[in-house]
Design a binder for this molecule. Sequence first.
Ligand SMILES: C[S@@+](CC[C@H](N)C(=O)[O-])C[C@H]1O[C@@H](n2cnc3c(N)ncnc32)[C@H](O)[C@@H]1O
Length: 221
Amino acid sequence: MQLKQKLIKRVRAQFGRPIGLPGGMAGWVMAHRSSNRRRNAWAVSLLDVQRDDRVLEIGFGPGVAIRELARLAADGYVCGLDHSEVMLRQARKRNAEGLRRGRVELRLGCVERLPAFEAPFDKILAVNALQFWYQPVEPLRELRRVLRSGGRIAVAFQPRGPGATDEVATRRGREIAAALADAGFAGVRLETLKLTPSVVCALGINASSGADLPRRASQGG
Ligand SMILES: C[S@@+](CC[C@H](N)C(=O)[O-])C[C@H]1O[C@@H](n2cnc3c(N)ncnc32)[C@H](O)[C@@H]1O
């Protein structure tokens, strides 16, 4: 493999599972890059979060969207799941107030092995995270299981790195929408935010009669 490709692969890995000092730097970039902040704020806005909503975010990274979700769900509960310890530390610092008030809970874990939750969620969010999941349809099915009937999921994606174009965003958006439909979500639709490059967000509803919780031993929340 050429040196440039190796380097791209290593940098990409730091965004898929930030580790150590390079992972900390990746988290800093995600938290401070203006287009990252805008895409997170936009994806959150599409969820129409209510004051007393229970919201789950998968792959919260440095915790920028968690903070916004907690601001909107001021009387609700916001839970985050990410498999990076470095991101968990950054997100905990960024959400110290919500954690102290007991409105925010941040967990270390992966979407492929969801922990148990005490009650279904009203909304679920994933921003630039699904592209790192192995065979995403199965995790999406599991996420539908923990979403209340009528609850909404938003899965946003913005291409990054070499070859990041609007065309890639559109193609991946369609693939994510298809994965949501395969996982059983209804009313699947795509929204686009015109940044450079564009951000796409696939939205779906859990139209089944009810979530069947829990599956693993309960860990609160
Ligand atoms: C590119 S970052 C995006 C972070 C944040 N959502 C944002 O937009 O700024 C992807 C995040 O998803 C997490 N992640 C990737 N695959 C995951 C998985 N299978 N389970 C849990 N977290 C995952 C990574 O650790 C990382 O924090």
